[in-house]
Design a protein around this ligand. Structure first.
Ligand code: PMV
Length: 356
Protein backbone atom coordinates (compact mmCIF):
# COMPACT_ATOMS: atom_id res chain seq x y z
CA UNK A 1 0.00 0.00 0.00
CA UNK A 2 1.20 3.47 -0.86
CA UNK A 3 1.41 6.00 1.98
CA UNK A 4 -0.26 8.67 -0.21
CA UNK A 5 -3.68 7.21 0.76
CA UNK A 6 -3.02 8.65 4.21
CA UNK A 7 -2.51 12.24 3.06
CA UNK A 8 -5.58 14.28 4.01
CA UNK A 9 -6.75 17.37 2.16
CA UNK A 10 -6.87 20.81 3.72
CA UNK A 11 -10.16 21.77 5.40
CA UNK A 12 -11.72 24.81 7.05
CA UNK A 13 -10.77 24.73 10.77
CA UNK A 14 -13.35 24.13 13.51
CA UNK A 15 -13.26 24.30 17.30
CA UNK A 16 -13.16 20.75 18.64
CA UNK A 17 -12.38 18.87 21.86
CA UNK A 18 -12.05 15.13 22.16
CA UNK A 19 -10.76 12.52 24.63
CA UNK A 20 -9.55 9.00 23.89
CA UNK A 21 -8.20 6.18 26.02
CA UNK A 22 -5.63 3.83 24.50
CA UNK A 23 -4.12 0.77 26.18
CA UNK A 24 -0.56 -0.45 26.38
CA UNK A 25 0.30 -3.71 24.62
CA UNK A 26 2.68 -6.59 25.21
CA UNK A 27 4.36 -8.25 22.25
CA UNK A 28 4.38 -12.04 22.01
CA UNK A 29 6.45 -11.92 18.80
CA UNK A 30 8.90 -9.09 19.35
CA UNK A 31 9.77 -6.13 17.14
CA UNK A 32 13.45 -5.31 17.59
CA UNK A 33 15.16 -3.65 14.67
CA UNK A 34 13.78 -0.95 12.37
CA UNK A 35 14.55 1.32 9.43
CA UNK A 36 13.32 4.74 8.33
CA UNK A 37 10.56 5.87 8.60
CA UNK A 38 9.87 3.70 11.65
CA UNK A 39 9.32 0.50 9.67
CA UNK A 40 9.90 -2.91 11.29
CA UNK A 41 12.59 -5.35 10.21
CA UNK A 42 10.25 -8.22 11.13
CA UNK A 43 6.54 -8.66 11.79
CA UNK A 44 5.30 -8.68 15.39
CA UNK A 45 2.16 -9.76 17.22
CA UNK A 46 0.82 -8.55 20.56
CA UNK A 47 -1.85 -8.75 23.20
CA UNK A 48 -3.62 -5.44 23.61
CA UNK A 49 -3.95 -4.74 27.34
CA UNK A 50 -6.88 -3.35 29.27
CA UNK A 51 -5.99 -1.61 32.55
CA UNK A 52 -2.62 -0.08 31.64
CA UNK A 53 -3.69 2.84 29.49
CA UNK A 54 -3.28 6.51 28.63
CA UNK A 55 -6.16 8.96 28.54
CA UNK A 56 -5.59 11.99 26.32
CA UNK A 57 -7.76 15.04 25.79
CA UNK A 58 -6.99 17.47 22.98
CA UNK A 59 -8.52 20.92 22.64
CA UNK A 60 -8.17 22.11 19.05
CA UNK A 61 -8.47 25.87 18.53
CA UNK A 62 -8.14 27.37 15.04
CA UNK A 63 -5.26 29.82 14.59
CA UNK A 64 -3.80 31.73 11.65
CA UNK A 65 -0.11 31.01 12.20
CA UNK A 66 0.18 28.16 9.69
CA UNK A 67 2.51 26.15 11.94
CA UNK A 68 2.31 23.29 14.43
CA UNK A 69 1.69 24.86 17.80
CA UNK A 70 0.86 22.95 20.99
CA UNK A 71 1.09 22.78 24.76
CA UNK A 72 1.43 19.53 26.70
CA UNK A 73 0.11 18.76 30.19
CA UNK A 74 0.82 15.49 32.05
CA UNK A 75 -1.54 14.78 34.96
CA UNK A 76 -2.59 18.44 34.78
CA UNK A 77 0.93 19.89 34.96
CA UNK A 78 2.46 21.66 31.97
CA UNK A 79 5.54 19.71 30.84
CA UNK A 80 7.74 21.68 28.45
CA UNK A 81 10.42 18.94 28.70
CA UNK A 82 8.06 16.48 26.93
CA UNK A 83 7.67 18.88 24.00
CA UNK A 84 10.70 17.94 21.86
CA UNK A 85 9.50 14.32 21.50
CA UNK A 86 6.02 15.49 20.57
CA UNK A 87 7.43 18.10 18.20
CA UNK A 88 9.35 15.34 16.37
CA UNK A 89 6.11 13.35 16.15
CA UNK A 90 4.10 16.30 14.79
CA UNK A 91 6.86 17.10 12.29
CA UNK A 92 6.74 13.51 11.05
CA UNK A 93 2.97 13.35 10.67
CA UNK A 94 2.37 16.91 9.39
CA UNK A 95 2.43 15.85 5.75
CA UNK A 96 -0.41 13.34 6.40
CA UNK A 97 -2.61 15.75 8.38
CA UNK A 98 -1.93 19.13 6.73
CA UNK A 99 -5.03 20.60 8.42
CA UNK A 100 -3.06 20.55 11.70
CA UNK A 101 -1.13 23.69 10.71
CA UNK A 102 -4.39 25.66 11.18
CA UNK A 103 -4.71 24.76 14.88
CA UNK A 104 -3.35 25.45 18.33
CA UNK A 105 -3.50 22.21 20.38
CA UNK A 106 -3.71 21.77 24.14
CA UNK A 107 -2.87 18.15 24.93
CA UNK A 108 -3.79 16.77 28.40
CA UNK A 109 -2.49 13.29 29.07
CA UNK A 110 -2.62 10.92 32.04
CA UNK A 111 -1.63 7.31 32.60
CA UNK A 112 -3.60 4.76 34.62
CA UNK A 113 -0.39 3.03 35.71
CA UNK A 114 2.06 4.62 38.12
CA UNK A 115 4.58 6.97 36.57
CA UNK A 116 8.10 5.53 36.69
CA UNK A 117 6.80 1.99 37.19
CA UNK A 118 9.10 0.82 34.43
CA UNK A 119 6.05 0.40 32.16
CA UNK A 120 6.67 2.22 28.89
CA UNK A 121 3.85 4.63 28.13
CA UNK A 122 5.00 5.60 24.64
CA UNK A 123 2.74 3.04 22.94
CA UNK A 124 -0.46 3.98 24.78
CA UNK A 125 0.24 7.73 24.71
CA UNK A 126 1.07 7.90 21.00
CA UNK A 127 -2.00 5.78 20.24
CA UNK A 128 -4.33 7.95 22.33
CA UNK A 129 -3.03 11.16 20.76
CA UNK A 130 -3.27 9.73 17.23
CA UNK A 131 -6.89 8.79 17.86
CA UNK A 132 -7.68 12.34 19.01
CA UNK A 133 -6.13 13.63 15.78
CA UNK A 134 -8.10 11.15 13.70
CA UNK A 135 -11.29 12.05 15.55
CA UNK A 136 -10.93 15.65 14.40
CA UNK A 137 -10.04 14.51 10.88
CA UNK A 138 -13.25 12.46 10.83
CA UNK A 139 -15.23 15.57 11.80
CA UNK A 140 -13.61 17.41 8.89
CA UNK A 141 -14.22 14.51 6.46
CA UNK A 142 -17.38 12.74 7.71
CA UNK A 143 -17.48 10.26 4.82
CA UNK A 144 -14.37 8.54 6.28
CA UNK A 145 -14.77 4.76 6.64
CA UNK A 146 -14.17 3.05 9.98
CA UNK A 147 -11.48 0.75 8.61
CA UNK A 148 -9.58 3.78 7.30
CA UNK A 149 -10.03 5.62 10.62
CA UNK A 150 -8.32 2.82 12.57
CA UNK A 151 -5.67 2.12 9.94
CA UNK A 152 -4.62 5.75 9.76
CA UNK A 153 -4.69 6.11 13.57
CA UNK A 154 -2.32 3.13 13.74
CA UNK A 155 -0.22 4.56 10.89
CA UNK A 156 0.19 7.88 12.75
CA UNK A 157 0.86 6.19 16.11
CA UNK A 158 3.57 4.08 14.46
CA UNK A 159 5.38 7.23 13.42
CA UNK A 160 5.49 8.24 17.11
CA UNK A 161 6.64 4.88 18.49
CA UNK A 162 6.70 1.67 16.45
CA UNK A 163 4.87 -0.55 18.92
CA UNK A 164 2.19 2.16 19.36
CA UNK A 165 0.76 0.96 16.03
CA UNK A 166 -0.48 -2.10 17.97
CA UNK A 167 -2.23 -0.08 20.73
CA UNK A 168 -5.27 0.98 18.70
CA UNK A 169 -7.30 -2.22 18.36
CA UNK A 170 -7.58 -5.49 20.24
CA UNK A 171 -7.50 -8.16 21.49
CA UNK A 172 -4.52 -9.35 19.40
CA UNK A 173 -2.88 -7.43 16.59
CA UNK A 174 -0.23 -7.90 13.93
CA UNK A 175 2.16 -5.24 12.79
CA UNK A 176 4.41 -5.94 9.83
CA UNK A 177 3.95 -7.72 6.54
CA UNK A 178 3.80 -11.45 7.19
CA UNK A 179 3.14 -14.73 5.46
CA UNK A 180 -0.04 -15.61 7.39
CA UNK A 181 -2.24 -12.57 6.77
CA UNK A 182 -2.60 -10.92 3.36
CA UNK A 183 -4.05 -7.83 5.06
CA UNK A 184 -0.90 -7.30 7.17
CA UNK A 185 1.25 -4.23 6.57
CA UNK A 186 4.48 -2.60 7.70
CA UNK A 187 2.62 0.73 7.78
CA UNK A 188 -0.04 -0.03 10.40
CA UNK A 189 -1.31 -2.81 12.65
CA UNK A 190 -4.22 -5.08 11.81
CA UNK A 191 -6.44 -7.15 14.11
CA UNK A 192 -5.99 -10.93 14.42
CA UNK A 193 -9.59 -11.46 13.37
CA UNK A 194 -12.35 -13.79 14.37
CA UNK A 195 -10.34 -17.01 14.24
CA UNK A 196 -8.66 -16.28 17.61
CA UNK A 197 -9.32 -19.08 20.13
CA UNK A 198 -11.61 -17.98 22.95
CA UNK A 199 -9.02 -18.79 25.68
CA UNK A 200 -7.14 -15.65 24.54
CA UNK A 201 -10.15 -13.31 24.72
CA UNK A 202 -9.51 -12.63 28.39
CA UNK A 203 -5.97 -13.95 28.87
CA UNK A 204 -4.35 -12.50 32.00
CA UNK A 205 -1.17 -10.43 32.18
CA UNK A 206 0.26 -9.70 35.62
CA UNK A 207 3.21 -7.33 35.37
CA UNK A 208 5.78 -8.00 38.08
CA UNK A 209 7.62 -4.73 38.79
CA UNK A 210 11.17 -5.92 39.30
CA UNK A 211 12.78 -2.57 38.57
CA UNK A 212 10.79 0.63 38.45
CA UNK A 213 13.73 2.81 37.41
CA UNK A 214 14.33 4.12 33.92
CA UNK A 215 16.13 1.79 31.53
CA UNK A 216 19.90 2.20 31.09
CA UNK A 217 19.51 1.68 27.33
CA UNK A 218 16.44 3.07 25.56
CA UNK A 219 14.52 1.06 22.99
CA UNK A 220 15.65 3.54 20.31
CA UNK A 221 19.28 2.75 21.14
CA UNK A 222 18.49 -0.97 21.24
CA UNK A 223 16.81 -0.92 17.82
CA UNK A 224 19.82 0.94 16.42
CA UNK A 225 22.20 -1.71 17.72
CA UNK A 226 20.50 -4.22 15.41
CA UNK A 227 22.20 -2.42 12.49
CA UNK A 228 25.34 -4.47 11.89
CA UNK A 229 24.42 -6.95 14.65
CA UNK A 230 26.01 -10.31 13.74
CA UNK A 231 22.77 -12.22 14.39
CA UNK A 232 20.32 -9.64 13.03
CA UNK A 233 19.29 -11.35 9.79
CA UNK A 234 18.76 -14.68 11.55
CA UNK A 235 16.77 -12.97 14.27
CA UNK A 236 14.44 -11.29 11.75
CA UNK A 237 13.92 -14.65 10.04
CA UNK A 238 13.35 -16.39 13.39
CA UNK A 239 10.71 -13.82 14.40
CA UNK A 240 8.88 -14.22 11.06
CA UNK A 241 8.93 -18.00 11.40
CA UNK A 242 7.81 -17.84 15.03
CA UNK A 243 4.91 -15.61 14.04
CA UNK A 244 3.82 -17.99 11.29
CA UNK A 245 3.97 -20.86 13.79
CA UNK A 246 2.17 -18.96 16.56
CA UNK A 247 -0.89 -17.99 14.55
CA UNK A 248 -2.35 -21.51 14.12
CA UNK A 249 -1.52 -22.17 17.79
CA UNK A 250 -3.57 -19.11 18.77
CA UNK A 251 -6.40 -20.41 16.62
CA UNK A 252 -6.48 -23.83 18.25
CA UNK A 253 -5.57 -22.74 21.78
CA UNK A 254 -2.69 -25.24 22.09
CA UNK A 255 -1.22 -23.71 25.24
CA UNK A 256 1.94 -25.85 25.53
CA UNK A 257 3.02 -24.73 22.07
CA UNK A 258 1.97 -21.15 22.86
CA UNK A 259 4.15 -21.13 25.99
CA UNK A 260 7.14 -22.52 24.12
CA UNK A 261 7.07 -19.82 21.42
CA UNK A 262 6.25 -16.92 23.75
CA UNK A 263 9.12 -17.69 26.13
CA UNK A 264 11.47 -18.37 23.21
CA UNK A 265 10.64 -14.92 21.80
CA UNK A 266 11.21 -13.17 25.15
CA UNK A 267 14.61 -14.77 25.60
CA UNK A 268 15.57 -14.24 21.95
CA UNK A 269 14.87 -10.50 22.33
CA UNK A 270 17.16 -10.33 25.34
CA UNK A 271 19.75 -12.52 23.56
CA UNK A 272 20.00 -9.74 20.95
CA UNK A 273 20.76 -7.26 23.73
CA UNK A 274 23.37 -9.54 25.30
CA UNK A 275 25.14 -9.87 21.93
CA UNK A 276 24.92 -6.25 20.70
CA UNK A 277 28.07 -4.16 20.49
CA UNK A 278 28.13 -2.50 22.93
CA UNK A 279 26.36 -5.33 24.81
CA UNK A 280 23.88 -4.62 27.56
CA UNK A 281 21.69 -6.49 30.05
CA UNK A 282 18.24 -5.24 31.01
CA UNK A 283 17.29 -8.27 33.09
CA UNK A 284 18.00 -8.15 36.82
CA UNK A 285 18.82 -11.06 39.15
CA UNK A 286 15.17 -11.07 40.25
CA UNK A 287 14.02 -11.33 36.62
CA UNK A 288 15.91 -14.63 36.38
CA UNK A 289 14.74 -15.78 39.82
CA UNK A 290 11.12 -15.27 38.71
CA UNK A 291 11.67 -17.13 35.43
CA UNK A 292 13.09 -20.12 37.29
CA UNK A 293 10.19 -20.10 39.78
CA UNK A 294 7.67 -19.94 36.93
CA UNK A 295 9.28 -22.97 35.31
CA UNK A 296 9.23 -24.90 38.60
CA UNK A 297 5.62 -23.94 39.25
CA UNK A 298 4.60 -25.11 35.78
CA UNK A 299 6.39 -28.41 36.29
CA UNK A 300 4.82 -28.94 39.72
CA UNK A 301 1.26 -27.95 38.84
CA UNK A 302 0.91 -28.36 35.02
CA UNK A 303 -0.85 -24.97 35.07
CA UNK A 304 -0.06 -23.11 31.82
CA UNK A 305 1.62 -20.08 33.39
CA UNK A 306 4.35 -18.50 31.26
CA UNK A 307 6.33 -15.29 31.05
CA UNK A 308 7.33 -12.71 28.54
CA UNK A 309 9.67 -9.76 28.81
CA UNK A 310 9.62 -6.29 27.37
CA UNK A 311 12.78 -4.22 26.90
CA UNK A 312 13.33 -4.08 30.66
CA UNK A 313 13.63 -6.09 33.86
CA UNK A 314 9.90 -6.44 34.60
CA UNK A 315 8.23 -9.78 33.96
CA UNK A 316 4.83 -10.19 32.32
CA UNK A 317 3.09 -13.35 33.55
CA UNK A 318 0.60 -14.70 31.03
CA UNK A 319 -2.10 -17.23 31.91
CA UNK A 320 -5.71 -18.23 31.21
CA UNK A 321 -8.39 -16.56 33.31
CA UNK A 322 -9.63 -19.91 34.64
CA UNK A 323 -6.35 -20.38 36.56
CA UNK A 324 -6.48 -16.98 38.22
CA UNK A 325 -7.09 -18.20 41.81
CA UNK A 326 -4.08 -20.45 42.25
CA UNK A 327 -1.82 -18.12 40.26
CA UNK A 328 -2.81 -15.08 42.36
CA UNK A 329 -1.84 -17.01 45.49
CA UNK A 330 1.49 -17.98 43.92
CA UNK A 331 2.17 -14.34 42.97
CA UNK A 332 1.21 -12.98 46.38
CA UNK A 333 3.00 -15.59 48.43
CA UNK A 334 6.14 -16.05 46.35
CA UNK A 335 6.71 -13.89 43.31
CA UNK A 336 5.87 -10.54 44.90
CA UNK A 337 8.97 -11.08 47.05
CA UNK A 338 11.08 -10.55 43.92
CA UNK A 339 9.31 -7.27 43.02
CA UNK A 340 10.42 -3.78 43.98
CA UNK A 341 8.36 -2.84 47.07
CA UNK A 342 6.39 -6.05 46.43
CA UNK A 343 4.52 -4.34 43.58
CA UNK A 344 2.77 -5.82 40.55
CA UNK A 345 -0.01 -4.72 38.19
CA UNK A 346 -3.01 -6.86 37.28
CA UNK A 347 -3.99 -6.58 33.65
CA UNK A 348 -5.63 -8.64 30.95
CA UNK A 349 -6.23 -8.72 27.24
CA UNK A 350 -8.49 -5.86 26.17
CA UNK A 351 -10.63 -4.73 23.27
CA UNK A 352 -8.57 -1.71 22.18
CA UNK A 353 -8.81 2.04 22.44
CA UNK A 354 -12.07 3.85 23.00
CA UNK A 355 -13.48 7.35 23.03
CA UNK A 356 -13.84 8.54 26.63
O1 PMV B 1 8.06 0.80 20.02
P1 PMV B 1 9.41 0.81 20.61
O2 PMV B 1 10.38 1.55 19.76
O3 PMV B 1 9.41 1.25 22.04
O4 PMV B 1 9.97 -0.70 20.62
C1 PMV B 1 9.34 -1.72 21.34
C2 PMV B 1 10.18 -2.92 21.40
C3 PMV B 1 9.69 -4.01 22.30
O5 PMV B 1 8.79 -3.53 23.26
C4 PMV B 1 10.87 -4.61 23.03
C5 PMV B 1 9.05 -5.16 21.52
C6 PMV B 1 7.69 -4.91 20.96
O6 PMV B 1 7.42 -5.49 19.89
O7 PMV B 1 6.88 -4.22 21.57
Amino acid sequence: MNTSVFIASAALPINYTTTWEAPSNIALIKYWGKYEPQLPKNPSLSFTLSNSKTKTKVIFTPHAKNEIDFEFFFHGIQKPDFKPKLKTFFDRIGEYIPWIFSYHLEVFSENSFPHSSGIASSASSMAALSLCLMDLERQLFPEMETVYFYQKASFLARLGSGSAARSIQGPVTFWGKNAVRDSSSDLFATPFGTTLHSVFDNYQDTILLVDKGSKPVSSTQGHNLMHGHPFAENRFLQASNNLSALVPIMETGALDDFIHLVELEALSLHAMMLTSSPYFILMQPNTLAIIHRVWEFRKETSIPLCFTLDAGANVHLLYPKQDIGVIYSFIKEELSGFCQSGQYLLDEVGRGAKKA
